[in-house]
Design a protein around this ligand. Structure first.
Ligand code: ZN
Ligand code: ZN
Length: 328
């Protein structure tokens, strides 16, 4: 089969036309990949900012695929079913985190496209317990970004509580979905982009943001919560300064540049900073149901599998409106 391979961090992906897909184990399925989203986390892996990938690696953890072959003990899936495969690829089930509903923090978790070969390929193998059925309302290409950008945005949004005024810092794949969920919940959305990114600000307004501006600009009203999707530590004090008393700042990315020192006064008055790590399967089930009810529409830019490096470069330089999706 054809697959894009990372041999070493800080190199470009290599097209391999003779790669063999791993045979499914007893609880695993062999999947034919139809679409795989390109996530900023993939960039962090390729760029060596996430330091624990299996190598060589097939990246990709926003997979939409159909089941071709089921392992001997597969219970819930059958050949021909369409499923989504997210970042969380395996958990131990027995650690304190797994046993307390926090499998996203599992000590021994394995992640798709990081410790398990992912979806930048024509075929892949996944544990059936970590596959989600996908509603027919979404095409393969449109469903792909739901698998991580949508899911992580949903988990971050939950941690923002019932914020009336919600700020979104970095208006890419995750924020463009989170904005629609927030509007569906009746929240006001304030979108922050790179300074001067008029196209990004117009994109945000089209998706329901009542205000959009550069990340260096104070919003017209104090925010109740802010979600930071851009991997820029300087946005943490910026977002704190933009929130009112009791405000919540949620860092939703897996990697961020260092957070600069800031005066205690902008954290004072019970403001909270927290991060969001990974997802649980319960998040996935809830989110996919909510995305259908909220009639979420994703904006995607398609790329051929062999153009994965081009897609990653465009994501790095901020040239993607919405989400990049590979179509193997
Ligand atoms: Zn565990
Ligand atoms: Zn991701």
């Amino acid at each position: 089969m054809r697959a894009m391979i990372l041999d070493e961090a800080r190199t470009t992906l290599r097209l391999d036309t003779t790669k063999h897909v791993r045979e499914p184990g007893p609880r695993e399925v062999l999947l034919r990949v139809h679409a795989c989203g390109v996530c900023r986390t993939d960039l962090h892996i390729v760029d060596g900012e996430l330091t624990d990938p299996k190598l060589p690696l097939v990246p990709g953890h926003e997979i939409v695929a159909t089941v071709e072959v089921c392992g001997a003990d597969v219970e819930t899936l059958q050949p021909g079913m369409r499923v989504g495969v997210p970042w969380l690829g395996w958990t131990c089930g027995v650690c304190d985190y797994c046993r307390s509903g926090r499998e996203n923090l599992c000590d021994r978790a394995k992640f798709t496209g990081y410790q398990i070969d992912g979806g930048y390929a024509e075929y892949t193998t996944a544990d059936e317990r970590f596959c989600f059925p996908i509603s027919e309302r979404f095409s393969d290409q449109d469903a792909a970004p739901l698998m991580c950008a949508g899911l992580i945005g949903y988990r971050a949004l939950r941690f923002a509580g019932d914020a009336k005024r919600l700020g979104l810092y970095g208006f890419g794949a995750a924020a463009h979905i989170a904005a629609q969920l927030a509007r569906h919940r009746g929240q006001e959305v304030f979108a922050f982009t790179k300074p001067g990114d008029a196209a990004g600000q117009a994109f945000a307004r089209n998706l329901g943001a009542g205000w959009a501006g550069g990340s260096h600009v104070a919003p017209p009203e104090k925010l109740d919560a802010a979600l930071i999707f851009a991997p820029v530590g300087a946005l943490v004090p910026a977002a704190l300064a933009a929130t009112g008393k009791g405000g919540i700042v949620v860092c939703a990315g897996i990697h961020m540049s260092d957070i600069p020192a800031f005066p205690y006064a902008i954290l004072w008055e019970e403001r909270i900073i927290r991060s969001v790590a990974n997802l649980t399967r319960a998040d996935g089930e809830e989110f996919l149901a909510v995305a259908g009810k909220a009639n979420v529409r994703t904006t995607t830019v398609p790329f051929a599998l062999a153009d994965a490096n081009i897609a990653l470069d465009k994501l790095r330089s901020g040239d993607i409106e919405g989400a990049a999706v590979l179509l193997p």
